[in-house]
Design a protein around this ligand. Structure first.
Ligand code: ADP
Length: 178
């Protein structure tokens, strides 16, 4: 069971939504933030906005995140609580920050179509599909956090999306009452 009133005594919970790119993290996190009136933090956007990176990686076509700068930027907000953090990695955040870690998962052919629509091709596309097949993010989450706070949720359809938002809203509400 997730510890009540936060590992650091915060008044509101912090939730991490992770998963392979394209599984629906941003869509889920923004819908949930609106439903639960919590703050949505998209790490990719934050990194770009505040220049929390060490340049552009030509091979992987993404910014090289400066993890220390990201953690420094977030510390006060995480201490306060009430955050939904959305990122495709989870191993560099302090474990104490999160009360629950959600790993979204999508069936391979659906994920392939979503990423192709996003313009991913070649190794960028195949690397992400492999990442999903080998459940890299679920393993990373289980290695980085206590297993009982890690939950895997399917994100194949709009029904899944709505169910996930509703399940997570219920959980957030029950945390607030405890
Ligand atoms: P991520 O943040 O994990 O990269 P996004 O939230 O940007 O993923 O979603 C990628 C695409 O898939 C978007 O076009 C979004 O509308 C769609 N999508 C996300 N979740 C679902 C879902 N559960 N069912 C159907 N489409 C989805």
């Amino acid at each position: 069971m997730a510890q009540k009133n936060g590992i650091d005594g915060r008044k509101k919970p912090n939730l991490l939504i992770t998963g392979t790119p394209g599984t629906g993290k941003t869509t889920t996190a923004s819908a949930l933030a609106e439903a639960a009136q919590l703050r949505h933090i998209n790490i990719g956007d934050l990194v770009k906005e505040k220049n929390l990176h060490n340049g552009w990686d030509e091979q992987f076509e993404c910014y090289i995140i400066n993890e220390d700068l990201v953690c420094d930027e977030l510390e006060d907000m995480m201490e306060e609580g009430g955050n939904i953090v959305d990122h495709h990695g989870c191993d560099f955040f302090p474990e104490r920050w999160f009360d629950r870690v959600v790993v979204l998962q999508t069936e391979n052919s659906l994920l392939y179509d979503r990423l192709a629509t996003r313009g991913y091709t070649g190794s960028k596309l195949s690397n992400n599909i492999e990442c999903e097949i080998f459940q890299v993010l679920l393993e990373e989450a289980k290695e980085s956090y206590q297993e009982e706070i890690v939950v895997a949720l399917r994100s194949d359809s709009i029904d899944d999306l709505n169910n996930n938002v509703s399940t997570l809203s219920d959980w957030l509400r029950s945390w607030n009452m405890s």
